[in-house]
Design a protein around this ligand. Structure first.
Ligand code: G1P
Length: 297
């Protein structure tokens, strides 16, 4: 069955980006002229997703507005004959179906995903994509996981990357054994949320890319609160791995942690260098500023 839906939880408070997140959802902070959430949505669409389910908290109206049609703006651009911009704006709201469910209490990622249960059909596999990490590469990460899932009998697959040992405490960590003939796909034995470096079963961390199925919802209802006193998606996946084959796959791509200011800056620099209109002027600015501060690279 083709995977058509992606759940994207966007209910977090964004405290690492205060004060701007006092009035703007962190997902709407732009990298150049494009909100971070748009990159995540693009990953889904380029992977073949047709319906995006946002799990939102009440302050996320501007995010939902961004993905809805803005008839007034479209009319204005048409009258001004700004057809390129019109095309760009029109595409945002028409490239997928956007729906939302509200998470009324902030009880963790597992609880957020559970809110989308009624929007997923029986036996329907789906993707979960978290927005704090942007991953750049040739094939979208979610598509890579879909392909692995398909090749392994449509099993659940979690996207992972190797992280330095001291960083395992920030992530869901997978314990697995390599699948025969592969150095990048593992059969999961367990998954642990934010272990200490001493207790971590490996350094394979998920930046929040998952292919799951409806079974996860029953497990999400049965798990107790876990790390941080929250209902953790990781704990439900760990239970699932006891009942059926679940896999982890090291994806190809460069991942930038835009959930924190330095990663955000890194992504901005990358975007400026990738933008043909800005690239040369941006390099001159950086050269000038470095010279002023006597920084030699
Ligand atoms: C969440 C998940 C964690 C995952 C991480 C990726 O944690 O619970 O398993 O590795 O996202 O960003 P959070 O960063 O929301 O605390």
């Amino acid at each position: 069955m083709k995977i058509k839906k992606a759940i994207i939880p966007v209910a977090g408070k964004g405290t690492r980006f205060l004060p701007v997140t006092k009035s703007i959802p962190k997902e709407m902070i732009p990298i150049l002229d494009t909100p971070m959430i748009h990159y995540v949505v693009n990953e889904a669409i380029e992977s073949g997703i047709e319906e995006i389910i946002f799990v939102v908290s009440e302050e996320k109206e501007s995010l939902l507005n961004y993905f809805s049609t803005n008839a007034k703006l479209e009319k204005f651009l048409e009258e001004k004959k700004k057809f390129e911009l019109l095309k760009k704006i029109h595409k945002i709201s028409n490239s997928a179906r956007f729906v939302s469910v509200e998470q009324k209490e902030q009880l963790g990622l597992g609880h957020a995903v559970l809110q989308a249960e009624d929007l997923i059909d029986d036996n329907e596999p789906f993707a979960v994509i978290l927005g704090d990490d942007l991953i750049f590469g040739e094939t979208p990460t979610t598509k890579q996981l879909m392909d692995i899932s398909e090749s392994l009998g449509r099993a659940p697959v979690i996207g992972v990357m190797e992280v330095p040992r001291e960083d395992v405490k920030k992530y869901g960590i997978v314990k697995g054994t390599p699948v025969e003939g592969s150095a990048t796909t593992f059969k999961m034995e367990a998954m642990v949320e934010k272990p200490s470096p001493q207790d971590a079963p490996s350094n394979l961390a998920t930046p929040g890319r998952y292919i799951l199925n409806k079974q996860i919802f029953e497990l999400l209802k049965s798990i107790p609160r876990g790390s941080g006193g929250e209902y953790q998606l990781t704990d439900a996946i760990n239970e699932m791995a006891k009942q059926r084959n679940v896999y982890a796959h090291i994806f190809d791509g460069r991942r930038i942690d835009t959930g924190q200011p330095l990663g955000y800056l890194e992504a901005t620099v990358r975007a400026a260098l990738d933008n043909s209109k800005l690239r040369e002027s941006f390099i001159s600015i950086i050269r000038k500023e470095f010279k002023k501060d006597e920084i030699n690279l």
